[in-house]
Write a protein that binds this ligand. Structure first.
Ligand code: AMP
Length: 286
């Protein structure tokens, strides 16, 4: 496994692979890897000739009062997990090689980035789409793997890849959870014992929403009432949003139909956590 530290050497390595006729799978991350990232890596290794993992804590997707400095950086452990998964190359660029002095170019996907997390984290998705574009340009993958845990991010990346003719297949992988239902996240490391217990209210609230949907509830407000109630009754958890939207375009809906995304974000102690589920209305019901 090779570690590459700047876009020029990354691209040179990728070009060699391509010349040898190899298909490249790519998993972009910010490191502090867990089993959710491992599932993406394994999928990329399985379906492609070579797989690249990137590790970069991207400053442009963090707001001024967010956790950029505190974000966990665990390169040695990450390298071991990548090796175990069968990754061929780690792209871990330095910040100065990606954002040299005078850097001025950003990629912005309109509308999709304005709701849900976009509302509470202004500029966040602009940072994400900018770094993903830069990573795509250096790695030049055939396929790129993203987790549904960040469902809005998936929708935005899909839109961007189509709009900008990247010619990269975007593959979405299901959310990997702890045994008790908590969605795995690098930010779970911020949680003490008490907050770890409180954090369960997110997945439990989504389960309450799913139960309503499965019982045939089609009024978004009724579903959301059950979701909000479960989170608001938990002391020490501050709800940011609970929303039910169209899963493809993240637009609000007035009635549940097709494929919908039920998404929540909440602050639990020092961590801002997100989680979501998707639900597809069975055909015979419509
Ligand atoms: P991050 O390092 O948190 O920016 O995430 C890198 C990639 O891993 C993103 O595509 C995430 O959606 C994905 N990911 C993070 N957590 C999970 C999880 N629990 N299950 C599946 N994918 C995940």
């Amino acid at each position: 496994m090779i570690v590459l530290r700047d876009p020029v050497s990354m691209r040179a390595w990728s070009r060699e692979q391509r010349l040898a006729g190899r298909i490249i799978g790519f998993v972009p991350t910010m490191g502090a890897l867990h089993e959710g990232h491992a599932s993406l890596m394994r999928a990329a290794v399985r379906a492609n000739d070579v797989a690249v993992l990137s590790i970069f804590v991207n400053p442009t997707q963090f707001g001024p009062n967010e956790d950029y400095d505190a974000y966990p950086r665990t390169f040695d452990a990450d390298r071991a997990l990548a090796e175990e998964a069968g990754i061929a190359a780690i792209y871990a660029p330095t910040a100065s090689s990606l954002y040299p002095a005078g850097y001025a170019t950003y990629v912005d996907v309109e509308r999709l980035g304005e709701r849900l997390c976009g509302r509470s984290r202004p500029g966040h998705f602009r940072g994400v789409t900018t770094i993903v574009t830069k990573l795509f340009n250096a790695v030049e993958p055939d396929r790129a793997y993203f987790g549904q845990k960040d469902a809005q991010q998936c929708a935005i990346i899909r839109r961007m890849a189509r709009d900008l003719d990247f010619g990269i297949e975007i593959v979405e992988m299901p959310t990997v959870r702890e045994a008790d239902g908590l969605a795995m996240s690098s930010r779970n490391r911020y949680l003490g014992e008490e907050d770890r217990r409180r954090a369960l209210s997110l997945s439990q609230a989504l389960a309450a929403g799913r139960a309503r949907l499965e019982a045939g509830e089609r009024d978004p407000e009724q579903v959301l009432r059950a979701v909000r109630a479960r989170i608001e009754e938990t002391e020490g958890v501050e709800l940011d949003y609970a929303e039910l939207v169209d899963a493809d375009n993240i637009e609000p809906i007035d009635r549940v139909r097709g494929r919908v995304l039920l998404a929540v974000a909440a602050r639990v102690g020092p961590a801002r956590l997100i989680d979501n589920i998707q639900y597809e209305v069975p055909e015979e019901c419509c």
